[in-house]
Design a protein around this ligand. Sequence first.
Ligand code: 13P
Ligand code: SF4
Length: 353
Amino acid sequence: MQMPVPIPVALEPAILEKAACAPHPAALSPQRKAELVARIKQLLVEKDAVLVAHYYTDADLQQLTEETGGKVADSLEMARFGHAHPARTLVVIGVRFMGETAKILNPEKRVLMPDLEANCSLDLGCPADEFNDFCDQHPDRTVVVYTNTSAEVKARADWVVTSGIALDIVRHLHEKGEKILWAPDKHLGRYVQRETGADMIRWEGSCVVHDAFRTDALAELKKKYPEAKVLVHPESPESVIDLADVVGSTTTLIQAVQSMDAKTFIVATDNGIFYKMRSLAPDKMLLEAPNRGIGGSCESCAHCPWMAMNSLENLAEVLQAGRNEITLDEGIRRKALVSTQRMLEFAAGRKGK
Ligand code: 13P
Ligand code: SF4
């Protein structure tokens, strides 16, 4: 098995600067909130639009999405839902790659986002030109990219994966004897490599939120709550994953809180997920895994600075004006569709079993 190839992530300082301690959306008076919610509900009907939101977004946005027949989900399910829904406009409440995935799959639909600047450190840390050079150096490898990437990077890939399906797809490729080039998340890549035994070389990107979870402080918290189960998203460092009882996608972690007998959970992922966990399992005690943001140099405070850019206010504005539309070069879109569709077909086959 080859050793991972370290890739310099040229945008690192800019990424960290952008990620500096974003606040949650500004607090609204109850009256203002009620006005915005009513306005958005009306606009969704008028514009034949549906909301598709990620679990890390603000609780008000998640609640409104579900009240209006939209979907709050992980990346895989967001892609599936948007594709299957008949609405002519999809409003993706999340980060840029989620909006782009919706457009890749639904060129005939209008895809809007509350803020087009809402990005992801994994996407920003994997520029398409540098990634293409990396792929050119390894033409014998099957290119597997995490969905947290631009349409251009997906266009170069053979397969797109999400955290919910990465293990199954890489295991499948490994069983066929294929060698993998993986990008961009180094922690998820290492975890997948370890679990599947696949021959993988990896891009060295990371998520500013998950990379900041602290192993030593987590081990201390575990000692204080020995009965607690530890839930970890696989974008976290290996030493944090090693302390986990459950490792998986956001959906897997939510299901674990619901289905496990334990009463206390320590959660190592973005704290936006607590809204859904609390509403599905109100009797469970949920603790945030310690993060460098707490009492240290604040990079993330366990909340994605880009997810936090979505608010009721910019959602209402975007729906009203019909702006912030995702557009993609058609050649790129068609190529990115091949690798994205492959994942969805694989997922559909797995569901059918
Ligand atoms: P999920 O697909 O597990 O929801 O993860 C998306 C993400 O961006 C995690 O940081
Ligand atoms: Fe990207 Fe991390 Fe934010 Fe997820 S939490 S969107 S991986 S920066």
